[in-house]
Ligand binder design. Structure first.
Ligand SMILES: [Zn+2]
Length: 292
């Protein structure tokens, strides 16, 4: 993939976010490669002693990923000699069998903590069914070997904290089409809304529920987390585990068509530890081209 003046796509947005994070101001991350982005790319290339033509090809992409990784190491792992990011503990609010803590990659934990702080200060809670998945967890039809859970980039809200009893659940789940749900968190200081709440039994419709809520999906998106689609089978009456409304994954620093799954695994684990594990077999898969 090559990005240059005039390019307009999602990878440009990721590029702009990365440049901004690295201190090369490229303006608003709007996905349009204009003068500001070109200047930022040129300045970045000069700082890396690359040929400074303002065009982003494989060499500049690789340098960007290295620079982002170095920045993360400075911020989150100042004493580590192995060049890997630590997993750190994040807190959640226990409900039912849900957890009160779980682990995420350090930079992702930081992004998550921003979200939780906003929710808690609005009088809401964040529940958890877990996050990081161990390399030896067996793969099955509901556990993809290329899941962002292996990378410490994904978390699951407690799966029984929504779609059960919308009059009482901490989360109200609304179907938006294309197999996507939006998650609203009940919050005493939130906005009063009337929502069509999907349930385990009314999966793509639902009854009206009035409550004070905040838009949790939007808060996660502000911090680089995206949602995933429910499985097709879920709408045909399949298992509730296919709903996936609880899953959020952080995409900060991933470039579509460029970042490999293996390079992300190596941010956390040594090659030795990865050998013969199910995820490592997929190391050559590329983000947005067969992976995630
Ligand atoms: Zn998940």
């Amino acid at each position: 993939m090559i990005l240059e003046q005039g390019s307009k796509n999602n990878t440009v947005t990721q590029l702009q976010k990365a440049l901004n994070r690295l201190g090369f101001a490229s303006g608003k991350a709007d996905g349009q490669f204009g003068d500001k982005t070109e200047h930022a790319v040129t300045a970045f290339q000069e700082s890396e002693n690359l040929y400074a033509d303002g065009i982003v090809g494989p060499v500049t992409f690789a340098a960007l990923q290295d620079a982002l990784h170095r920045l993360n190491l400075e911020l989150y792992a100042p004493d580590q000699e192995n060049n890997r990011l630590p997993l750190v503990r994040a807190d959640a609010d226990p409900v039912g069998e849900g957890y009160n803590r779980f682990n995420l990659r350090a930079d992702v934990a930081d992004a998550y903590n921003h979200v939780r702080k906003t929710v808690v200060s609005a009088g809401g809670i964040i529940t958890s069914s877990g996050a990081i998945r161990s390399l030896t967890t067996p793969v099955n039809p509901s556990r993809s070997a290329t899941s962002l859970h292996y990378l410490g980039r994904a978390l699951d809200l407690y799966i029984w904290s929504g779609m059960q009893n919308p009059e009482k659940d901490p989360f109200i789940i609304v179907y938006e089409g294309e197999r996507y749900f939006r998650v609203y968190a009940r919050a005493s200081k939130g906005k009063h809304k009337t929502l069509k709440a999907a349930t385990e039994h009314h999966r793509d419709s639902g009854d009206k529920v009035s409550a004070k809520v905040i838009d949790l999906t939007a808060l996660f998106e502000d911090q680089g987390f995206t949602r995933i689609k429910a499985r097709r089978s879920f709408f045909r009456g399949g298992a509730y585990l296919g709903a996936e409304w609880w899953h959020f994954q952080n995409m900060n620093g991933l470039f579509s068509g460029v970042t490999t799954y293996g390079s992300e695994l190596l941010r956390l684990y040594s090659e030795h530890k990865l050998e013969n594990t199910p995820p490592w077999a997929h190391r050559d898969k590329v983000y947005d081209k067969g992976w995630a």
